[in-house]
Design a protein around this ligand. Sequence first.
Ligand SMILES: Cc1cc2nc3c(=O)[nH]c(=O)nc-3n(C[C@H](O)[C@H](O)[C@H](O)COP(=O)(O)OP(=O)(O)OC[C@H]3O[C@@H](n4cnc5c(N)ncnc54)[C@H](O)[C@@H]3O)c2cc1C
Length: 471
Amino acid sequence: MQKDAENLAADYSTYDICIVGAGVAGASLAAYLGNHGIQVALIERDLSEPKKIIGELLQPGGVLELEEMGLVSVLEGIDAQPIYGYALINKGVQLRIPYPEKAGKSLLGRGFRYGRFIQSLRKAAAGNPTVTMIEGRVKEFVEDVREKRVTGVRYVPKEGNQERVVRAFLTVVCDGCVSSLRNRLCNSEKKISGYFLGLLLEDCPLPYPNHGHVFLGNDSPFLSYPVSSRHTRILIDFPGRMPKLKGDAFREYLLDHVGRQLPEKMLPSFAAAVEKQNYQAMPNTIMHAKPATVPGAVLLGDSLNMRHPLTGGGMTVALTDVRALGNLLLEIEDFSQQAKVAQAIHSYYGYRHKVNATINILASALYGVFTQPDLNEACFAYLSRGGKYAAGPIALLSGISRDIRLLIRHFSAVAWYGAIRAIKPLPTPAKLSRAYCILKQAIHIIDPLLLAEYPTIGTRMALRLARIVFP
Ligand SMILES: Cc1cc2nc3c(=O)[nH]c(=O)nc-3n(C[C@H](O)[C@H](O)[C@H](O)COP(=O)(O)OP(=O)(O)OC[C@H]3O[C@@H](n4cnc5c(N)ncnc54)[C@H](O)[C@@H]3O)c2cc1C
């Protein structure tokens, strides 16, 4: 039954689900639920194609999630580029690590423009007769004060300024990193670790075509990957404060400091993008998920949980969440049975925390490693050994493996590898002290991440012990 957004205000049970925000999470959830006949209202403040530097490399784990939901065709017709793996470039030395295989077939990621991907997802959602798209800015929840339950949202349509109400049995909040609704539904704190400056390069040959590239060995890493058949994204990390983007000094900094670290063949495209000032900055926000239970509403995607974008894990997490919550909702026959909806939300929060912990920890842990010179060298040397030393980490990075023990094993192995390398060939007091510092840095990186994402009794005890040795 197609819904008329104009006549909603008084009708409590108009929609099964109301979704706020048609980005990666919201649009894919609407498409998934809509394909199964669920009545969905999808409210987005701006339905035109977004021009953002976020969400442009989808890891194979995210592609698999789309496949599982029957939505992988959204990757067609958007000039998406296949991604075969990663290349690390450490002070000019290059290392290629292919993505894992499944049943003898290489798993692929995709590079695309965020805007084109989002429009494709929105089209998949809107093409469904049970999904109603509404263009408007959601202002607040509508609540049943007596029952202490969210019963919908109030929004201002894009055309006109008279507020309207959408009511639904469940409101799914997918309004992204700057969510205005999350405060009611979680106790999380946001931390901005720095900024990514994004430049769009035209006709730029990468050292390894169709690979994600991480340039290391500098103050902080920067990334590059193809996002269309003609365009390559570069994301440059600026730790701490937002860079002042204008002026000759900034231009010189980009050309000298960043340009000097790029392979020669990338320089003409890079210099052209700098001259055009074709850049945008975005904060790198980290926010662990600490949802609060509020009947009738649930958080999904960046509004619930964010990690450093270094490893390109955000969309994979969002799509994992969409499938997890979507599958639980699809088991419910009648959404007016609030106990069943509440149980689905509870199961979703518990499950998604476990499956996404590896991606969340890896993102910040790897950023920590790459910004500490000794650990950076240790990590590069460790991965260069190839075989299982590279296969495990790339399985984690690609979102294919979500095995937290595998992550802890490789992280610890990198730290010990660095410490042992530091004391070779013969230990001296200075070398031992350096090895101790490497181990201490590693503990200080992983400790808060494990406590936030994987706080089992075993981890707590191990970390307490480690903190005694490495205070
Ligand atoms: C610099 C940077 C680079 C990144 N690169 C990658 C990458 O390469 N790979 C990757 O997997 N992840 C990457 N990410 C993370 C990824 O972009 C996010 O995890 C992903 O977009 C989250 O999806 P979402 O749907 O939660 O939010 P979004 O995709 O941001 O969508 C939120 C939507 O909600 C809408 N909205 C907001 N408020 C309202 C309102 N009040 N009413 C109605 N609508 C509203 C917005 O207009 C938007 O359409 C990157 C992040 C950053 C910061």
